[in-house]
Each structure stands twice: as structure tokens, then as C-alpha cells.
Design a protein around this ligand. Structure first.
Ligand SMILES: NC(=O)c1ccc[n+]([C@@H]2O[C@H](COP(=O)([O-])OP(=O)(O)OC[C@H]3O[C@@H](n4cnc5c(N)ncnc54)[C@H](OP(=O)(O)O)[C@@H]3O)[C@@H](O)[C@H]2O)c1
Length: 370
């Protein structure tokens, strides 16, 4: 993969990305796979990183956390993948600090632990919304809140609609219409919890549709209405549900304060948030930032088990849905700059597809050596 084109940040001045030569990708470590990228998703951290440079970067640098594509080479200890497999992966560029493990390029190198196979019926551009959201959901729900792990078996009703498993235990997930929230809701239900969540009224059907049973497990509130947190507290009390925790998937001051109000009303506890929380929350609320920098890379950790055990099964049987549905903004690395700007302007999840068609020939382990 000497000819690996990438969307490069050349300097810390927020100038437009330049398409040029990216890092060589021919030599995965023993526990890595090299993937020819077919689609990438845009996340808020990418335009924030480019614009504010909130972490020191080595230039030229490459951004991008979410990729879908085709395995072209595997490290010597990798047993789960072969060249030609269709996969999604969470690029751990923040962990490694270099461009090799980033997504906005024709080839990337992924840790095998945060790579998952996708069924033939699932398009790259749909599946690519998942990787970073899987990691943030796993760290928040199963790391910070220590919930039981999700199962890919179909879930019977609980929460608002009655049913079988843990129906009285509910978690508040703030912001189900977001990329983070859409996956967190699905994983919480798959883990056997009922979900109380928030979205604008226009998205309530979308949120209920996240779960195959039509939302029996999910009670959704409009966060734009006055006293949303108070209404949530009342509903939980009136229904007699057991409140087991909250996860702020939005990370704004208002969302964290609202979540903290609910946590406080039920006796306090840990409150994971996707961004840094305000300092003056109720003293019995322990807010913690979810860092999805190295999810799944520690063997046996909750993130590792979600990536390795739950995700392949849940994608194969359709119990996990790639959501939100993507808006495809174009094909090619030169479209990424525009996609970052659109996302910053408030467009929902955006996908850039790559032009190149996968051609596989040769032996599985060495398909991509050049
Ligand atoms: N810690 C990490 O590792 C990590 C990783 C990735 C992202 N993040 C952060 O997570 C946050 C969410 O990212 P994302 O990509 O999931 O966002 P996104 O997909 O762009 O979310 C957009 C949706 O958020 C909802 N929303 C906005 N304000 C809300 C509020 N006050 N209450 C409830 N819902 C609200 C809106 O839903 P409605 O249309 O229904 O109003 C909107 O459609 C960002 O701040 C991002 O920087 C953190």
C-alpha cells in the first residue's frame, strides 16, 4: 500500500485538507488488520480537532474514527479475519497519535479487537455509523455504569410495555437521536434494561423505531419542553420503575444538568457524559467523562466483549440496527473537507464514500502486499 492517498492536515492553521500521499499501510502489527476503506463517517471531534487542535498532532496528520471497508492484510496473530472480509472498525488514532491508524485515507490499519465483520446485506455506508458510537456506548454503559453486557438474542418487552427481562430497571439515556444515543439506547435494551430517553418531538418515532418491538422498551420525552427532567422523574416514580443510572450522550451543560437532576432525585451516583461536565452538580452526583480512546483493546474488558462477542452476532441477526441513517455527501477524499463543514453547521451524520472498487486476488494473508 505504498500508494495510499489520504486527506491530510498539513499544519495547525485550520486550512483545508489536502489530498496527498498518506502513510504506508503494508505492515500491520501482529494484532492488526489493514483495510481498504470504502466509507467513512464524520464525527464532531474531527472538525473540532482540525479547528481547535485540542490535542497536539504530528503533521501531516490524518483524521477519521469510523471506517467500513474490506480487509486486505492481517497480522500474524489475527485469526478472526481474512483478506476479502467486509468489516467496520474504530480507528484508534488518538491512542497511537499517528496518521497510520486514522480513517480519512484509502487504506487504514485497525486493531483487530475493534474490528467487526458486517453481513453482505449491510452496506458499508450504513454500517460505518457504528464504530465510535459502539465504543462510546460500551465505555459509558458497561464501563462506567457497570451494566450487564448486551445479548444479541431478540429482546422481549420491558420498560414501558411490560415483558420479561429486568423490566423494572430503567436507565436514562439523554439524546437518543444523536449518533451516540442511538447506539446507547439499542445496547441498553439489548442488555435487558428499559430506557427512558429524550429527543425532539419530530424524532420520537425514530427513537421508538430503534428497537424491533416498536419501542415497548423505550419511553421518550421531548427535552425541549419545560421541566423535562422533572417529568422524567415523575414518570419513573409513577410507574414504579427502578432507576439504575443515567448516561448523557449529548454532553452540553444543559443536558448534563438535567441528567444530574434525575440521578440526584434517585439518590445520586455515577453520571457518565460524552463531554466534560460542569463542576457544580449536586454533591451526590459523580460525573465522569467517557473516553473512547482505547475501548475494546484490553482483553476481557466490557468494550472488548461488546466488539468481539456481541457486535458480530447482533449485526448478523439484525438485532442491532445501524442508526442514524446516513446522509451520503459524495465520493472521494476530496469531499471530506466539505463534509466536516456541513457537520459543523449542524447536518446530521454524514458519510463519504470512496470511489475505488475493491479487487481481490491472491492469497488471503498477502492480498495487499505491494
Ligand atoms: N467522549 C467521546 O469519546 C466522544 C466521541 C464522539 C462524540 N462525542 C461527543 O458526543 C456529542 C454527541 O455527538 P454525536 O456525534 O452523537 O452527535 P450528533 O449525532 O450530531 O447528534 C445530533 C443530535 O443531538 C440531539 N441533541 C442536540 N442537543 C440536545 C439536547 N440538549 N438534548 C437531547 N438531544 C440533543 C439532536 O436531536 P433532536 O434532533 O432530537 O433534537 C440532534 O439531532 C458531541 O458533543 C461529541 O463531541 C464524544
Amino acid at each position: 500500500m505504498q500508494n495510499n492517498q489520504a486527506a491530510l492536515i498539513l499544519a495547525a492553521d485550520n486550512s483545508p485538507l489536502q489530498v496527498g500521499q498518506g502513510p504506508y499501510q503494508s505492515y500491520p502489527a501482529a494484532d492488526e488488520v489493514v483495510v481498504q476503506v470504502a466509507a467513512v463517517a464524520i464525527n464532531p471531534s474531527e472538525w473540532k480537532m482540525k479547528e481547535f487542535g485540542y490535542l497536539p498532532l504530528k503533521y501531516p496528520h490524518v483524521l477519521g474514527s469510523d471506517v467500513a471497508g474490506t480487509v486486505v492484510k492481517v497480522g500474524e496473530e489475527v485469526k478472526r479475519f481474512n483478506a476479502g472480509d467486509r468489516v467496520i472498525g474504530h480507528c484508534l488514532g488518538l491512542l497511537y497519535g499517528g496518521a497510520k491508524h486514522r480513517g480519512f485515507q484509502n487504506f487504514t490499519t485497525l486493531r483487530e479487537a475493534v474490528t467487526a465483520p458486517i453481513p453482505d446485506a449491510v452496506r458499508f455506508e450504513d454500517a460505518v455509523v457504528l464504530p465510535l458510537a459502539i465504543s462510546t456506548a460500551s465505555v459509558g454503559l458497561f464501563g462506567h455504569l457497570k451494566f450487564r453486557l448486551p445479548s444479541a438474542e431478540p429482546v422481549d418487552g420491558h420498560g414501558d410495555g411490560g415483558g420479561q427481562r429486568h423490566r423494572d430497571k430503567v436507565v436514562l439515556i439523554w439524546g437518543a437521536a444523536s449518533s451516540r444515543g442511538s447506539v446507547a439506547v439499542q445496547l441498553a435494551v439489548a442488555a435487558g434494561y428499559g430506557v427512558v430517553t429524550t429527543a425532539s418531538a419530530k424524532n420520537h418515532d425514530y427513537v421508538r423505531g430503534l428497537i424491533p418491538d416498536g419501542g415497548k422498551n423505550v419511553a421518550v420525552f421531548d427535552y425541549r419542553r419545560p421541566n423535562a427532567a422533572g417529568n422524567i422523574i415523575d414518570r419513573i416514580k409513577v410507574r414504579g420503575w427502578k432507576f439504575v443510572g443515567a448516561y448523557d450522550c449529548i454532553g452540553l451543560e444543559e443536558s448534563t444538568r438535567a441528567c444530574a437532576e434525575v440521578v440526584h432525585a434517585f439518590g445520586g451516583g455515577i453520571l457518565p457524559s460524552v463531554l466534560w461536565p460542569p463542576q457544580d452538580l449536586p454533591s451526590d452526583v459523580e460525573a465522569s467523562v467517557v473516553h473512547a480512546i482505547r475501548p475494546g483493546t484490553v482483553a476481557g474488558s466490557p468494550g472488548s466483549r461488546v466488539w468481539r462477542e456481541y457486535l458480530p452476532q447482533a449485526l448478523a441477526n439484525g438485532s442491532l440496527r445501524p442508526r442514524p441513517e446516513p446522509e451520503i455527501v459524495g465520493s472521494g477524499l476530496d469531499k471530506i473537507e466539505g463534509a466536516l463543514n456541513l457537520h459543523k453547521a449542524g447536518e446530521p451524520i454524514l458519510i463519504v464514500k470512496f470511489n475505488r472498487k475493491w479487487r481481490f486476488c491472491g492469497s488471503a494473508k498477502d492480498a495487499a502486499s505491494d
